[in-house]
Ligand binder design. Structure first.
Ligand SMILES: NC(=O)c1ccc[n+]([C@@H]2O[C@H](COP(=O)([O-])OP(=O)(O)OC[C@H]3O[C@@H](n4cnc5c(N)ncnc54)[C@H](O)[C@@H]3O)[C@@H](O)[C@H]2O)c1
Length: 333
């Protein structure tokens, strides 16, 4: 069975998913919707498919599933439209910036019985899967603490920042999902500190570019997250899980893994430059998993509820920064 896809939005992440879909023997890219003809044509030239507008795609019998890769402020409307049109939906994170809007959107998903997967791609990274499997096998005992370092090589353009919802809802949201995934418990409390150390324009837009957070579960398990919109040495993505019997760590990945030792010391090749290269295997596995969940008729994971949970943590983090105190998730949800 071949799943016939339409891509909505052919920007940075849309191009990544177009590649993943067209590399998968069980999938076909049938149509691309874009407000930029240039962006659509660039993707169609490489990956095929034809240009169609959103309404035509919703009414197309030759489309089984859509990939929502448009800016965040369009996601909830598009999810509702395609849920009502009977299409399976893969939607990039976050679903929306408002908890209430996400709840209303998920109600439509539930009522229509639509299949929805949210794009928390890091759950599909082979290194992070190995972390999770090590934890589940009991090799480090009972999980106590998770440490996540997640630094982008550089900040996105101001136009992106303006509609992104800010660092917690745009960037840290991936780390919130990993914290839930690895701790295996829901977060109860958030303490966050955030500032503007990288780019004053980000501050002028009301956002932050540097943050540290501590998430705690009801049983006391903790996750520390460190974020920056700048890392001069590449895309810095490290995770440690500490447990009662030991520790498991996922180190930074490189395109080439060698180490050169001379009298001047040790050197290693640079890290991957950003998400499009570092997580390429994860994006491909994410689409493969989405396809098998559709063909096997199993509920897609990460689900809309996973998207909502991480958004609630982001809202609590914002409140924590604004009020300078620990915030319980029950205060924002
Ligand atoms: N999971 C990840 O790792 C990851 C990485 C990057 C971005 N994202 C998410 O993906 C979304 C897109 O981010 P991006 O970086 O690709 O942005 P982008 O600006 O590069 O691309 C968005 C594209 O959508 C098009 N577009 C805008 N409105 C449209 C509409 N109504 N219909 C059709 N096309 C439309 C734009 O012309 C643009 O080409 C955001 O929600 C972002 O949070 C996720």
């Amino acid at each position: 069975m071949t799943i016939r896809f339409a891509l909505l939005g052919a920007g940075r992440i849309g191009q990544v998913h177009a590649k993943a879909v067209t590399s998968n023997p069980l999938a076909k890219l049938v149509a691309v919707a874009e407000i930029s003809e240039e962006a659509a044509n660039a993707v169609i030239a490489i990956y095929g498919g034809e240009f169609r507008d959103i309404d035509t795609i919703a009414n197309s019998d030759d489309i089984d599933a859509v990939l929502i890769c448009t800016p965040t402020n369009t996601h909830a409307d598009l999810i509702e439209k395609f849920a009502r049109a009977g299409k399976a939906i893969f939607c990039e994170k976050p679903i929306d910036l408002s908890i209430e809007r996400v709840r209303a959107c998920l109600k439509v998903v539930e009522e229509t019985g639509a299949k929805l997967m949210v794009g928390f791609n890091r759950r599909f990274d082979p290194h992070f899967i190995a972390l999770k499997e090590t934890v589940e096998a009991g090799r480090i005992g009972k999980v106590e603490m998770v440490n996540i370092i997640s630094r982008d090589p550089g900040a996105p353009p101001a136009e992106y920042i303006k509609v992104s919802g800010g660092i917690f809802k745009d960037m840290t949201i991936h780390d919130f999902d990993m914290a839930r995934f690895l701790l295996g418990e829901e977060i109860d409390t958030v303490i966050a500190s955030a500032s503007v150390l990288v780019d004053p324009e980000i501050g002028e837009l009301g956002d932050y570019d540097s943050a540290n957070l501590i998430l705690t579960t009801a049983s006391g398990k903790q996750c520390a997250i460190s974020n920056s919109r700048r890392a001069t040495y590449g895309y810095d993505q490290r995770i440690e899980v500490h447990g009662s019997l030991g520790m498991v760590a996922a180190e930074n990945q490189r395109e080439v893994s060698i180490e050169v030792a001379t009298k001047d010391g040790y050197t290693r090749p640079p890290l991957y430059d950003f998400f499009m290269t570092r997580y390429i295997a994860a994006y491909a596995a994410e689409i493969t998993t989405f396809i098998s969940m559709l063909t096997d008729d199993t509920p897609p994971t990460p689900s809309g509820q996973d998207g909502l949970r991480s958004l609630i943590i982001a809202e609590a983090a914002l409140m924590s920064v604004a009020e300078g105190r620990a915030v319980k998730l029950s205060e924002v949800s």
